[in-house]
Design a protein around this ligand. Sequence first.
Ligand SMILES: [Zn+2]
Length: 446
Amino acid sequence: MTRRPRIALALSFLVAAAGDAQQPAPAPAPLAITAVKTGRLVDPETGKISSNQVILVEGEKIKAVGAGLAIPAGATVIDLSDLTVLPGLVDTHTHLGLTYKDIPEHDYYYLTYVMDSTPLRAIQAASNGIQLLNSGFTVVRDLGNNALYTDTAHRVAIDQGWIPGPTMVNSGLIIGGRGGQFWPTPEMAKQHGIVYPEYLDADTPDEIVKAVRENMLFGAKVIKICVDCKPWGYTVDEMKLFVAEAAKGGLKVAGHVQTPEGASRAIEAGLWSIEHGFALTEAHHKLMAQKGIFLASTDTPFTPYHGTKEAMEKAAAQLKSAWKSGVKVTFSTDMDYYKTGNDMNRGELTINFLLTWKAAGIPAPDILKAMTTTGFACAQVEKERGAIRPGLAADFIAVRGNPLEDIDTLRDVRFVMKDGLVFKQGGVMTPEKFFHAGPAKGWRKR
Ligand SMILES: [Zn+2]
């Protein structure tokens, strides 16, 4: 009690001192200008390519794009005139905080959840994000299975400027009927101490509302639900409740679908995106095209380290059907594994999903559109970033060949700029500008 007047007195001195010392605020330092000379510049939306364009970058944003732009005095010049510049890439369905391994758990992800703690998985996620940026992925939707909100911490760390990584649209915990995607033992399910940070149970309308609000409270930017992981699944009305509640926070709903019946209900309910394509028929594709629902079909290729020939052929046929039906197809992977003895990193494993897109016979310009324009729209970032256009974030990459003719040129990304900072140049990561002793972009970003 006796201390309060003293504190008040001290505060009044501080206020007075601050008032006395008031000076006009110093003018903010001018933003750094970078001029990027491009050999060829690709617009994936129109499929057009133009020569000798200059991109002027001011601070974090693109200021101007055009041929023969005057380069302001004092600008840093980056010469990419022997390369093709294009927007960064999008993976609309990945799991940065999940890496199951053939040793010791034999790719059995129940065991990963038990053996890898939330903090360890957060560090794995940070590394995976850096590897994805190295392969040109500047935006990802990170759709759950990230222990206890490592995805939110990861997004905030990138947004505040602690570490480099793709712009993340994260789902927080996956919401499902009791049990989520698993069939737990009573010991697992009742305590919820292990494995169950991966899923948020919601069986009734009240629980659905609470679960959506809880995820939004803890930093989700998209709501991910298990549509039909259990025989009881979610009804159309229940999914409409998810959509309405998420909309209050400006969020969309992505639905994991694994049965034809679940797909029909999810489409009828008007979810924003359908996750996984294996249960979808041509009739589903036609309805999705009509309703403008995005598809993140997670098309696993057959490789020496993963997948089967039959599964890839089926995935390619279904992807082709979706593309021919006019569905808004996006590049998506469900990437979540590491193979001991395999020297591919997470970015290379991700870009290798091109194998399925090529097997589907989809032309390179349409694959590129799925990996950029449609991906930005699905991730809802297109008003801030994506296209190489004045006013948007300076995110872009460069490759040697022409990806409109040979999509495999994307496997060798030579240059990456993210939010106006050079992350990779001459094919080598140069991320030092991304590292700071504090939250360089401000601690208020949540
Ligand atoms: Zn997934």
